[in-house]
Design a protein around this ligand. Structure first.
Ligand SMILES: [Zn+2]
Length: 174
């Protein structure tokens, strides 16, 4: 409980809160980590990626920017220099991309700004997603199309274009 705002005891089904760290979370971050801990208990697993995925499935589409907020919640708490933490963040990117494709009428979860900034994370996420998509030939093809698009974006956009897009994206987010 030292450096985590919440923890679950699966033997008793109890969720514990570290008040000092919990109070620093946004309302949505509290929802996300609450669902994450419930995931540990309901799925009876110590697997962090399964608990993250449980929380994602509970909260995706429940409010404006829900997918982005989940990725932000994970990035705020997890250390990107830790390979397992990076794997968890990549899993959330993969789930967000998959959710976007399944809900094409809604706005894209991952904006052009994020693609410009996190090209590697998205490529990793797409690789992770490849594993999900092995069963479906069409979906697999579109995943590789996305990967190709991501690469093109990363290499052909000039710096000034990225800056302009970033400024517009920032204004929209604000
Ligand atoms: Zn956990």
């Amino acid at each position: 409980m030292k450096d985590t705002p919440m923890a679950a005891d699966r033997t008793t089904g109890t969720i514990y809160i570290n008040p000092k760290l919990y109070s620093k979370l946004s309302i949505f971050e509290k929802k996300f980590w609450d669902q994450h801990e419930k995931g540990h208990i309901i799925l009876n697993t110590s697997d962090e990626i399964k608990a993250d995925t449980y929380a994602f499935n509970k909260l995706a589409g429940t409010e404006f920017r829900s997918l982005k907020q989940m990725i932000e919640a994970a990035e705020n708490l997890l250390n990107e220099n830790c390979p397992y933490h990076q794997e968890r963040i990549d899993n959330l990117y993969a789930l967000a991309l998959k959710w976007d494709r399944e809900h094409p009428q809604l706005n894209k979860a991952i904006s052009t700004k994020n693609i410009a900034e996190t090209g590697n994370a998205i490529n990793n996420a797409l690789e992770t997603m490849g594993a999900y998509m092995l069963g479906a030939v069409n979906a697999g093809a579109s995943a590789s199309n996305n990967a190709a698009k991501t690469t093109t974006l990363g290499t052909t956009l000039s710096t000034s274009t990225i800056v302009i897009i970033a400024i517009i994206a920032f204004m929209l987010i604000k």
